[in-house]
Design a binder for this molecule. Structure first.
Ligand SMILES: Cc1ncc(COP(=O)(O)O)c(C=O)c1O
Length: 391
């Protein structure tokens, strides 16, 4: 009997999914395990998709995505990040941030290569490295006081002659940490000195609470990189526009990598759905007011949850500057999956276990605070009750 190839057999399960699947089979669960809001996609985006269907956006598009959408992405980088991009050669539309991440990694790694990944991190990056038959070296970000840092010593120590890539996420899922310009300068310098690709997952860049003005994005690595740097940026419509189910994202890359990713797109999915791409274009053009409202709500939610957690003993919850997660560390916790499983079964609160996020994640739990207050308030109450009871 032919067997499943060993290389894919070894790709681990997402433990967020494992918990999520368990919760999906149950009723009455307060669902804070996936990285999404329970609010629907805004009406103006849905209507844009309906119009696009009526207008005939039902055929194949270019592998790199609709030129008009690529121009809209370039325009939004010029406006928000002060970065000029060539829509014809540096932007590839993808069917999700997940696909952009996968293609970026495939373009950077050969089988047997090694990738450094800053963790705790969304596990899918590490899994993609494994799907490319390459090896992951996870480098935990230490908590220094109230802020996460980057352990450059550990990064240097993990280098081998096969290291080809450094992947980091800012704003971070699950930490909410946002790389400062100085952090980015050092990451870029590290990658340049060691001849590595640098992949920045920036899917949460619009969910940033520490900007100078409302709606300021977290600074992109593209502000520092030149067009010739081996830098790729992964992005998505999922988080800023409540479009998780639509599967639409993009990749920004050096021209040769963008061109290769465009070609590979043909053999993966050909292109993102045509009418979805049109809706994404409208989201970028008209979404600012809705996004600002969402940011206000998210900030309130973050503060509500932090406030609730501060009343629990032995819970350390650093205040995040971006994304929509809290990643509290719980004193004495050494099996976060079991903690989350029991919390789900006994209190009907679904969270993601810290262990799912790789090295440095065990001992914490991830709370997605993008849900409404009517869900967050009882969820915090039940979590604290469960914790107090030492269950
Ligand atoms: C850090 C990070 N990158 C990428 C993604 C992918 O988003 P999507 O595939 O929905 O576009 C997610 C989703 O949770 C994420 O948290």
């Amino acid at each position: 009997m032919p067997r499943i190839a060993g290389s894919v057999e070894n790709v681990p399960n997402s433990r967020i999914r494992e918990l999520g699947e368990m919760a999906l089979s149950m009723n009455g669960v307060l669902r804070l395990y996936f990285g999404e809001s329970n609010l629907p996609t805004p009406e103006y985006i849905k209507q844009a998709a309906v119009r696009a269907l009526a207008e005939g956006y039902t055929y194949y598009t270019e592998n790199a995505g609709l030129p008009s959408l690529r121009r809209a992405i370039a325009a939004s980088y010029a406006r928000l990040q002060g970065v000029e991009l060539d829509p014809a050669s540096e932007i590839v539309v993808t069917a999700s941030g997940m696909q952009a991440l996968n293609m970026a990694i495939r373009c950077a790694l050969d089988p047997g290569d090694e990738a450094l990944v800053l963790t705790p991190a969304w596990p899918n990056g590490s899994a993609c490295v494994q799907m490319a038959n390459a090896c992951v070296r996870q480098i935990p970000q230490p908590l220094c006081g109230e802020r996460y840092a980057i352990d450059f010593g550990a990064l240097e120590a993990a280098l081998t002659p096969r290291t080809r890539l450094l992947l980091y996420t800012s704003p971070s899922n699950p930490l909410g940490w946002v790389a400062t310009v100085d952090d980015q300068r050092r990451l870029l310098d590290f990658a340049q000195r060691h001849n590595l690709w640098l992949i920045a997952d920036e899917v949460y860049d619009r969910l940033f609470y520490a900007g100078r003005g409302p709606g300021d994005p977290a600074p992109s690595i593209l502000r520092l990189a030149t067009r010739d740097d081996a830098v790729m940026v992964v992005h998505s419509f999922s988080k800023s526009y409540c479009m998780t189910g639509w599967r639409l994202g993009w990749l920004i890359a050096r021209r040769d990598a963008a061109s290769k990713a465009t070609q590979l797109n043909e053999f993966v999915i050909s292109h993102a759905p045509s009418f979805t791409q049109r809706a994404g274009e409208i989201a970028l053009a008209e979404g600012e007011d809705e996004l600002l409202r969402m940011l206000d709500r998210l900030k309130e939610n973050r503060d509500l949850c932090l406030d609730a957690l501060s009343s629990g003993t032995g819970i350390l919850a650093p205040k995040p500057d971006g994304a929509f997660y809290l990643f509290p560390r719980i004193e004495g916790l050494d099996d976060s999956f079991d903690f989350c499983r029991r919390l789900l079964l006994e209190e009907r609160v679904g969270l993601a276990p810290g262990v799912a996020f790789g090295a440095g994640g065990e001992g914490s739990i991830r709370i997605c605070y993008a849900a409404e207050r009517s869900i967050l308030e009882p969820a915090m109450e039940r979590l604290l009750r469960f914790h107090r009871a030492g269950r």
